[in-house]
Design a protein around this ligand. Structure first.
Ligand code: SF4
Ligand SMILES: [Zn+2]
Length: 356
């Protein structure tokens, strides 16, 4: 059997039924986007190994993830945000950066010390972001302290990272590892690489003087609540050896995804916020900063509890992100914790949700 890689799948040699289904689902999208505008940009605060920084987060609109075009991950709707035609020129990408700098000037009193760039794919894939653009972006942000760029492990190479470290920037490579368990990554997320590839990417980053920020996905489809919790605890402990920061994010239901189809038919429920809090508490002494950003919290399509306590638990999670103090979770309680406990005890691998 051929080794799964984006190229192999793109040539139609893939062996995974997930890709076929995902291609069909994605083909339903019909929106197109302006290549001169970023997908999103915002100002926030982030915890880093050097302390808390004001951050400018940029989601560049590139041609989209090549893995997503082959079919892609079961929960990921990002390709639906990409431009038509599949590639964006250097000039258009730099226009997007200018829009982001204007946004920062108008929204923040000072310039952000931390820049985070995501692309709905891989920033280090030169089909998405040409080498010329990568270098121009490194120069543009040379006066900042830190930069994070996201990439699949295949494209992480020492020489590319040195474009940033060579500018004196503390550099982190964000890798969407999703889980430390190869079987869950392959069968539930439909992501093609293995933990070994993640280790190899971390070695490339290390050789360039950069660090790794690992992104984990809590509760992909086909896992019960308790399996999802166990998977995350195990994964955080496993990847803390290679990553200085782990961002453990609960799955949410995005449009044009397999998760959406399952959710629509009552076959998927995003994780409870209590599960997120529990994992953060259990891994508080891991040798890494562990943070979580429950997107869409409190909604049916995002991680949620009963509706009454969601905002309070979310605030405790955000508080934990900045202070890494697990006692914040002792300060929130709600009757629905009892329901959550019953779900953790009884929800089965078949993944028939016990609650909505
Ligand atoms: S999660 Fe990442 S690798 Fe998977 S399809 Fe989306 S952008 Fe591509
Ligand atoms: Zn509640």
């Amino acid at each position: 059997m051929s080794k799964p890689s984006p190229e192999v799948y793109e040539q139609g040699k893939g062996m995974d039924a997930h890709n076929k289904v995902m291609r069909e689902i994605r083909s339903e999208k019909d929106a197109t986007y302006d290549p001169h505008e970023p997908t999103r940009v915002w100002i926030d605060e982030d915890n880093t190994p050097d302390g808390v920084y004001q951050s400018l987060t940029i989601i560049l609109n590139t041609g989209g993830c090549r893995w997503a075009r082959a079919g892609g991950c079961t929960m990921c709707g990002y390709v639906a945000e990409s431009v038509e035609g599949g590639s964006v020129s250097h000039e258009a990408l730099m226009d997007q950066i200018d829009v982001c700098l204007d946004h920062e000037d108008s929204e923040a009193e000072e310039r952000s010390g931390l820049i985070k760039i995501y692309t709905s794919g891989s920033f280090l894939d030169e089909r998405e972001v040409p080498a010329e653009t990568r270098r121009a972006i490194a120069e543009t942000f040379a006066d900042r302290d830190r930069i994070v760029v996201e990439s699949l492990p295949d494209f992480v190479e020492q020489g590319k990272i040195e474009d940033f470290t060579g500018q004196g920037l503390e550099t982190d490579i964000a890798v969407g590892l999703e889980t430390g368990t190869d079987r869950v990554r392959r069968d539930c997320v439909n992501k093609y690489f293995e933990f070994e590839d993640f280790i190899a990417a971390s070695e490339e980053a290390d050789a360039a003087g950069a660090g790794i920020k690992a992104y984990l996905l809590m509760k992909p489809p086909f896992l019960s609540e308790s399996e999802a919790i166990e998977d995350m605890i195990r994964s955080i402990e496993k990847c803390a050896e290679y990553a200085h920061t782990v961002s453990m994010n609960p799955c949410n239901v995005q449009r044009y995804t397999m998760v959406d189809e399952l959710h629509f038919r009552g076959g998927y429920r995003p994780p409870w916020l209590w599960s997120v809090a529990h994992v953060l508490e259990e891994t508080a002494d891991a040798d890494a900063i562990v943070v979580s950003d429950p997107v869409g919290h409190g909604s049916d399509r995002g991680p949620h509890n009963c509706g009454d306590c969601d905002d309070r638990v979310q605030r405790a999670i955000k508080d934990f992100d900045l202070r890494q103090d697990p006692s914040v979770f002792g300060q929130v309680t709600c009757e629905c914790e009892r329901t959550w406990e019953a779900v953790v005890e009884r929800e089965t691998t078949f993944n028939g949700p016990l609650t909505r």
